[in-house]
Design a protein around this ligand. Sequence first.
Ligand code: AP5
Ligand code: MG
Length: 228
Amino acid sequence: MRLVFLGYPGSGKGTVAGRIQKAYGVPAISTGVILREEIAEGTELGKQVKPQVEGGGLVPDELVARIVEGRLTEDRLRVSGFSLDGFPRTVPQAELLDRYLAGKSAPLHRAIYLEVDKLIILKRLTARRTCRSCGEIYNLITKAPLKPGMCDVCGGALYQREDDQEDALRKRMREYHAQTQPVLHYYQSRNVLSRVDGGGTPEEVFAEVERAVESDPIPRWKLTKFPR
Ligand code: AP5
Ligand code: MG
């Protein structure tokens, strides 16, 4: 399955993409995670994008498109599929992705939009913590780690993202409205958009996403669940 997740900052894209990866083996590719890793490692790319990422602005389209293309290996395009979280977030990015996938004869199956009320989002983001080592996402209210400040999966330290501070968060919301909202219309006009209520518990949201994928009017792909 070749999927895109869309939604406001904090709508749960990373959480649901992680669950799809665990349940179905569909690798999650998050441009935000990749960019933050580059910043943490102090690479040239990381230094270049740090002001935008930490300040809540957007990284240039061509740069982020190149990063994504680099992760779309033959295996992901043809065998395992992939989900993109945080890309595309402008119409030019969506067009670049479509052109790239068309060139590989591997078009997108679904773009899933997680609809969540803004008040819920603000609550989620102030309580979010992320593992510095493996990127596992926590929430002090809804998914607290077993030991405070420590990742249950790898024992890494948990931190609060720079761009979850108030000013950067406001900027991310503005960018979302101006640049990413039009991407919904783009996918709607191509008949691949599914709207999912992202305001429930993580289990409820995951179940809705599964339903959206499985109720595809043109079943373009069969997901195979890993045995639990
Ligand atoms: P990115 O990392 O993509 O940030 P974002 O889009 O703002 O989204 P978030 O990661 O904040 O939220 P999410 O939807 O993943 O929610 P999560 O699952 O964590 O991008 C960061 C920056 O990188 C951008 O601002 C930009 O600078 C740059 N960038 C990235 N991609 C780019 C691109 N394509 N072009 C240009 N620039 C780009 O959940 C949030 C919290 O809620 C967590 O605590 C979680 O545990 C909790 N939670 C999740 N789901 C539920 C639920 N159902 N119920 C209760 N709690 C929940
Ligand atoms: Mg995320």
